[in-house]
Design a protein around this ligand. Structure first.
Ligand SMILES: Nc1ncnc2c1ncn2[C@@H]1O[C@H](COP(=O)(O)OP(=O)(O)OP(=O)(O)O)[C@@H](O)[C@H]1O
Ligand SMILES: [Mg+2]
Length: 333
């Protein structure tokens, strides 16, 4: 498959002045990207996931030619963001969280027609394309196509943002938290569209979200970024295999007195919550669940407890995220 986005050793440092009264202040230096490299093929949705401030938006802005890197380069369909930004712009559709640039006093349709003209689409082609997109994003169905943008809800704005990104039918889409704050039907519509644009139309899509459920169903591959570096990469399944505690043991037991982790002899990541009626749920993340389970049962019985239920849970993408974003690795078993 064709590499549509290639990111090669991106570095970016922001320098800002910290305000202190009226008389200037010290310069604050933030190393937002410390050598980020990855690629995205056509037909693939790649999720860029990481905690707040990890460098996701900065990466997207550099690929979109809105920011220049301090070092490294990124290529879209073979064109360098540093040397041929205009070529890059012809090949991308961009959607940022805060939708800027739409005109409040124009309708959704008029806004899209305006951008189509700006992108140089001939009038007849533009009209047809705009109508197609209004229908694809269901803005016509929501009765929003011919309403003023300033009256739009968040979900309508997001749909219009995606429609604008698709105007030129670009091979590459950059979507920064496209479902942020949307209701379930709008979020689902956007997710379905993103998948079909990649899988059926062969677009290369770079996608950010803080919703792990969404990342798991939308992304073919995930890049985890933390403090300006890619710390893990792979399919959701592969990432789950990378974390040391492979399972969470969940035991429900009726115990005469409230158990404390120390008394259960279970070290590491254990939590105990009362379920009422003297019943407690004990959850332990473990790398070697069999051994830990044996110890746990022994300890519960030793406290005069009665085991009601035992189950094992597979790690979630959220566990993976938390593991890599706090640079964990000690004390697990
Ligand atoms: N214009 C700017 N000036 C100064 N610092 C900035 C600027 N933009 C971003 N930063 C800093 O760079 C770092 C990376 O920010 P970025 O917006 O790329 O993170 P992010 O991964 O998109 O986070 P979020 O999940 O909160 O959207 C942060 O420490 C942020 O404070
Ligand atoms: Mg961001």
């Amino acid at each position: 498959m064709e590499e549509a986005i290639v990111v090669d050793g991106l570095r970016k440092t922001y320098r800002t002045k910290k305000r202190r009264g009226l008389l200037g202040g010290e310069t604050v230096v933030v190393e937002a990207l410390r050598g980020v490299s990855f690629s995205v093929r056509r037909g693939e949705v790649v999720g860029l996931l990481g905690p707040n401030g990890a460098g996701k938006t900065t990466t997207i802005k550099i690929i979109a030619t809105l920011l220049l890197p301090d070092d490294g380069d990124a290529f879209v369909m073979g064109h360098s963001v540093v040397r041929e930004p205009w070529r890059v712009r012809e090949n991308i559709g961009l959607m940022l969280t805060v939708e800027k640039g739409f005109y409040g006093k124009l309708t959704g349709r008029e806004n899209l027609e305006y951008f189509a003209a700006l992108y140089g689409l001939p009038r007849g082609v533009a009209e047809k394309r705009v109508a197609e997109l209004l229908s694809l994003l269901e803005l016509d169905k929501l009765g929003a196509a011919d309403r003023l943008f300033e009256e739009y809800s968040l979900g309508m704005k997001a749909r219009l943002g995606l429609a604008r990104a698709l105007l030129r039918d670009p091979p590459v889409l950059l979507l920064d938290e496209p479902t942020l704050g949307l209701d379930p039907p709008s979020a689902r519509r956007i997710r379905e569209l993103v998948k079909s644009l990649a899988h059926r139309e062969g677009k290369a899509i770079l996608y950010t979200t803080h919703n792990m459920f969404e990342a798991e169903i939308v992304c073919d591959r995930i890049l985890l970024i933390n403090k300006g570096r890619i710390v893990a990469e792979g399919s959701p399944e592969k990432l789950k295999e990378m974390i040391p505690y492979t399972r969470t043991i969940v035991v429900q037991a009726r115990i005469p007195e409230k158990p404390v982790p120390e008394k259960l002899g279970v070290l590491g990541d254990a939590s105990i919550s009362p379920l009422g009626g003297g019943v407690y749920e004990i959850r332990v993340r473990a790398k070697r669940p069999r051994e830990v389970l044996g110890e746990l049962i022994h300890a519960v019985v030793g406290l005069g407890g009665d085991i009601l239920d035992i189950r094992m849970e597979e790690p979630t993408l959220e566990d993976v995220f938390i593991y890599f974003s706090r640079g964990e690795g000690d004390g697990e078993r």
